[in-house]
Design a protein around this ligand. Structure first.
Ligand code: NAD
Length: 290
């Protein structure tokens, strides 16, 4: 039975998963490399819970209870009691492999290990662990407290007990599951990221400005957010990694990452999380950067 959750990575996704899991009654240990990351993550979670209180969706007592279930750590050994660990670190296969090699010896033999990867092969990541049968993809959407969907992805070796435990866990968070096969970027990002990449090509080729492209897709296709605004929200480094995985994994030139996306990432303009991307977020209102 899963009662204690471990999370690797206190970024946007790790914090979101910690938030909804603690709210659903799970004990959570949130691990990252530095105490600054952990502190910033806990502050974000507290801010988001407080917003739910002011919207009347949560009582202040529930906010305090949820927060008290989360502990932060920079010591990977603190993940030892976890029944399920979800890896939500940077979208880079070598980073994830290194994490698994340090994490696996710490875990209980029966613990389930999952990854929140947006695009990497679950089967290949599973092969880098000591427990491919107890490994799978549990792919949350951003922002986790708001988005209803979770994609579940089995690797070739994932056993039924693991799959059922993951499905049960996601159900307790009041999210809806879709099952995707283990192909690059699964379902949502296989469809969404080429659209975002195309929007960046549209900008790169001068067909429209940032504002024109986002307005066009919001009002012309009824999208709640423009594709460039969405790219900033996801993180441009994550967008680029997913396009690279699609390009490499499916070997089709239609997935070629736009050179302008590469340039933004090289500049460290990663979107909202770094203060600048297709928009500049450092003032009161976001201002297009092109
Ligand atoms: P992020 O950049 O906000 O956070 C990543 C965190 O991982 C950082 O806090 C970093 O310090 C930490 N980290 C890096 N190396 C580490 C290590 N060795 N040990 C422990 N922590 C380490 O990224 P994110 O947007 O939260 O994405 C995390 C994962 O979730 C990625 O696999 C991404 O593809 C996936 N994902 C992202 C989104 C999205 O919209 N951003 C949506 C679904 C899934």
């Amino acid at each position: 039975m899963i009662t204690h959750l471990g999370i690797v990575g206190a970024g946007q996704m790790g914090c979101g998963i910690a938030h909804v899991s603690a709210q659903a009654g799970y004990r959570v240990t949130l691990y990252d490399l530095s105490s600054e990351r952990i502190e910033a993550g806990l502050a974000t979670i507290n801010g988001n819970l407080a917003r739910q209180v002011s919207n009347g969706k949560l009582t202040d007592e529930e906010r305090r209870e949820a927060l008290s279930r989360i502990s932060g750590s920079t010591d990977i050994n603190d993940l030892a009691p976890a029944d399920l660990v979800i890896e939500a670190a940077t979208e880079d296969e070598s980073v994830k492999r290194k994490i698994f090699s340090k994490l696996c010896p710490v875990l209980k033999p029966e613990a389930i290990l999952a990854t929140n990867t947006s695009s990497l092969s679950i089967t290949r990541l599973a092969a880098a662990t000591d427990r491919p049968e107890q490994f799978m993809g549990i792919h949350f959407m951003n922002p986790v407290p708001v988005m209803k969907l979770v994609e579940l992805v089995r690797g070739i070796a994932t056993d039924d007990t693991t799959f059922r435990a993951a499905k049960d866990f996601v159900g307790k968070l009041d999210k809806t599951v879709t099952v995707a096969e283990d192909f690059p970027a699964f379902i949502v990002n296989r469809i969404l990221l080429p659209m975002i990449n195309e929007a960046i090509y549209t900008l790169y080729e001068g067909v429209g400005s940032v504002e024109a492209i986002d307005t066009a897709m919001k009002l012309g296709a009824n999208h709640p957010m423009g594709p460039l605004q969405l790219a900033d929200f996801i993180g441009l480094d994550t967008c680029l990694s997913i396009m690279q995985v699609l390009h490499d994994g499916l070997a089709d030139s239609k997935y070629r990452p736009c050179p302008l996306l590469v340039k933004y990432v090289e500049a460290g303009w990663l979107g909202r999380k770094s203060g600048r991307g297709f928009y500049d977020y450092r003032g009161d209102v976001p201002v297009p950067t092109r």
